[in-house]
Ligand binder design. Structure first.
Ligand code: UN1
Length: 505
């Protein structure tokens, strides 16, 4: 697949990171999952270096919070414009660095543009309340004020979009950003940082250090997590990571916004329109090579069409495995590589466990071994019941198909996993749809729409081990500000006390 492995993507990296040489070092080898070729070797930030970046963010905060919010929005509008102009090149770099197909790379950059547009509007709508006071000549207000530097710890699978959901909101809210990208995808972060810096340089109100990138692993991330000057840490990744980060932040009374694992299911009822259900299951299950937190991992199908649905999916899974797995830059590819060997090993381990109780296993084997990347044929597993392994999130294209007899049972199976991110039901029965929305314990509950591919306008996140955070649309911006209740007395009489208390000399 690759011609000259070491140089194949050099131009793509250079085009978006003109100052690449400044970041070079010998700590962090960055490779492309497409063919294993080296993209760059970077220098990690030192612990002292990260602390200095927090110092800089604190200085930036002092001036940025004084800039009127609509003006802060103007900076984000310009960032959105820069992203529009560089959409194709950045999408390509996303594909090169994390392996998702180019079409999805474009979708990811589009999500960044969308959230910038959203945040620009928001910059004129950071509304507080006026509250009726129980006392004469008093007015009560709720004010929303900038919070401080926000740490954004992001994962490899959405290497740039997740930053933008946080950063676009944080910036209009008056907060500087410190971004610790996944150690697998630091180059896309540096590319976005370069775009940001170019925009910020032409914007007199933007202080130095308004957005900074921290390169490294969990060691560098930990400095952000433990520093009390960082009031909010927004972390996306595994439940394992979230459990550690969440506890550390709680110990210093910081605020954590956690987006952790998912184990998303689609219930397919007898009334489902299969012309709607099957494509939704496919995109949700094998899209992004099963490496979205919203990936469909379980299909819970009514026993009356359990076999039929499995057979229909099996046919398409085999077809995809034979002809649609490959170079994510090539047209026609639907499934790119896994991020690394570990992801492949984890998938094989899950399949080994699943086989013990499975009725049938389709796909799941390695393919394109000569490519230098970890490519797999998507796996479809027909299960008798929801065994222990089905409770785990395996970050790969591995879909379990489970039977159910009554809607009540389907809902029980649905909620009986530790994660609570996304969910869906395929039905043409309004009663089933409404019952599902009320009963699903997930942050996202869709009807006749798959589990992945949420729009930015809604609040994104989930319950239980998914971590409870909400980012992106709706009123998620509130997480990036501090709420203040203020009561003002504007009368000239002796002021009265609340609750009718008399306190006379
Ligand atoms: C993720 O996988 O971390 O809803 C985010 C979706 C995308 C975001 C996924 N908009 O699938």
């Amino acid at each position: 697949m690759s011609t000259t492995p070491k140089t194949r993507f050099e131009d793509d990296v250079r085009r978006l990171i003109p100052a690449l040489d400044e970041y070079r070092g010998s700590d962090l080898l960055v490779t492309s999952p497409i063919d294993g070729s080296e993209l760059a070797t970077l220098r990690n930030d030192t612990v002292v270096g990260v602390t200095q970046k927090i110092d800089r963010a604190m200085v930036a905060f002092r001036s940025w919070r004084e800039v009127p919010a609509p003006r802060r929005g103007e900076l984000v509008r310009r960032l959105g414009e820069a992203l529009r102009q560089n959409k194709e090149a950045l999408a390509r770099l996303v594909t090169i660095e994390c392996g998702k197909i180019l079409e999805e790379g474009r979708g990811e950059v589009q999500e960044m543009i969308d959230i910038c547009d959203f945040a620009v509007g928001l910059s004129r709508q950071l509304y507080g309340l006026t509250i009726a006071s129980e006392r004469p000549n008093h007015v009560m207000q709720e004010n929303w004020l900038p919070l401080g530097p926000v740490a954004i710890i992001s994962a490899f699978n959405f290497p740039v979009a997740v930053w933008s959901w946080n950063a676009a909101l944080a910036l209009v809210c008056g907060d500087p950003c410190l971004w610790k990208p996944s150690h697998s995808t630091p180059l896309t972060a540096l590319a976005v940082q370069s775009l940001f810096e170019e925009v910020a340089e032409g914007f007199a109100d933007a202080p130095k250090g308004l957005s900074q990138v921290v390169i490294g692993t969990h060691e560098q991330g930990n400095v952000l997590v433990e520093d009390h000057r960082v009031p909010l840490v927004s972390a996306t990744g595994s439940t394992r990571m979230g459990r550690i980060v969440g506890q550390k932040i709680a110990a210093r009374f910081g605020r954590a916004l956690l987006e952790l694992g998912g184990n998303n299911a689609i219930i397919v009822t007898p009334s489902a329109d299969l012309g709607v259900a099957i494509p939704s299951i496919l995109f949700g299950s094998v899209g992004t090579a099963g490496q979205r937190c919203t990936t469909t991992r379980r299909v819970i199908a009514h026993r009356s069409h359990f076999d039929q649905i499995f057979e229909t999916l099996k046919k398409v899974y085999l077809q995809i495995g034979d002809s649609k797995v490959g170079d994510p830059l090539a047209q026609g590819t639907l499934v790119g590589p896994l991020i690394n060997k570990q992801a492949f090993d984890d998938m094989q381990a899950a399949l080994d466990k699943a086989r013990r109780d499975a009725i049938e296993v389709v796909g799941g084997t390695r393919t394109l071994t000569e490519s230098g990347g970890w490519y797999v044929k998507p796996a479809l597993v027909k299960m008798r019941r929801q065994t222990e392994i089905v409770h785990d999130e395996t970050f790969a294209p591995l879909t379990y198909v489970l039977p159910y007899d009554s809607l009540e049972e389907a809902l029980e199976i649905h909620n009986d996993v530790p994660q609570g991110l996304s969910s869906a039901i395929m039905t043409t029965d309004v009663r089933e749809a409404e019952a599902f929305k009320r009963f699903s314990d997930c942050g996202i509950a869709n009807v006749n729409i798959g589990t992945s591919g949420a729009e930015i306008g809604g609040a994104f996140g989930g319950e239980k081990e998914t971590g409870g955070g909400r980012e992106s649309g709706s009123d998620s911006w509130r997480a990036y500000m501090r709420r203040q209740t203020s009561t003002t007395y504007f009368g000239s009489e002796k002021p009265s006390l609340a609750q009718g208390i008399k306190f006379e000399l």
